[in-house]
Design a protein around this ligand. Structure first.
Ligand code: SF4
Length: 234
């Protein structure tokens, strides 16, 4: 497989001014840049940077249909605060109807295979539509969120989705994220301060206890290794 050279792109990312980096990357990719938000605290920082600086990036969200009520409140508050559009992608109706008819509403608790099937229908397929025609995908990934993520860096090429990725908060600490939210009065999910450090679908997310790994609250009934949903490979 041909190795993708990231060196030219790396010259577009200098210093800590994320807004400036994003604007250079938009020019580089002729506007074909997308940012996906799950309304988690990292994503809210990036949303704030994009919207407050009028950066011309499509902000999109995947609504799996199984979100927390608190997440919808952040969504609504974000629209109210910035008065900017967030494009929402839903799963395909036929897929969800088949899944629910054949396996019921909690199939994901029965096996990893069924859990991946649900994630594929509710997240991965709508994400594929959101990424169509885009060349750069901006994400809220931080290195300390997962051991597999610590080596990727600010920039990577995602072979699976065939797209470049930029993680502007890659080396931020949790404290930096929380400080930013406070400083700029950014709308955020109240569950975050109740132990929910990584917030996904309601039936698949629980609060973590002090000392537990960042991702211990996601799919906690499964083996702890390799707990990704297919959105990001690491
Ligand atoms: Fe389905 Fe749970 Fe995956 Fe959400 S996180 S798509 S409910 S398996």
């Amino acid at each position: 497989m041909k190795k993708i050279d990231l060196s030219i792109l790396k010259t577009e990312i200098t210093g800590t001014d994320i807004a400036a980096n994003l604007n250079r990357l938009i020019t580089h990719f002729a506007g074909r840049v997308v940012f996906t938000t799950s309304f988690g605290i990292e994503d809210q920082v990036i949303t704030d940077i994009i919207f407050r600086n009028d950066i011309d990036i499509d902000v999109v969200a995947i609504d799996t249909g199984r979100m927390f009520e608190e997440t919808y409140k952040v969504h609504a508050n974000t629209l109210k605060t910035y008065k900017k559009p967030i494009r929402v992608y839903f799963p395909e109706r036929d897929d969800v109807e088949k899944l629910m008819t054949e396996k019921g509403p909690y199939s994901f608790y029965n096996s990893v295979e069924y859990r991946k099937e649900c994630c594929h229908i509710r997240k991965v397929k709508p994400l594929g539509r959101a990424l169509e025609g885009k060349r750069l995908w901006v994400t809220g990934i931080r290195s300390e969120q997962s051991p597999g993520r610590s080596s990727i860096g600010h920039l990577e090429y995602d072979e699976g989705h065939r797209i470049f990725k930029y993680h502007p908060l890659f080396d931020w600490t949790l404290q930096q994220v929380e400080d930013y939210l406070k400083k700029f009065h950014v709308p955020h999910n109240e569950l975050h301060y109740q132990g929910y450090v990584s917030i996904g679908c309601a039936p698949c997310t629980r609060a973590i206890k002090p000392g537990e790994d960042f991702r211990a609250g996601r799919w906690w009934w499964e083996d702890q290794s390799g707990k990704e949903c297919g959105l990001h490979e690491k």
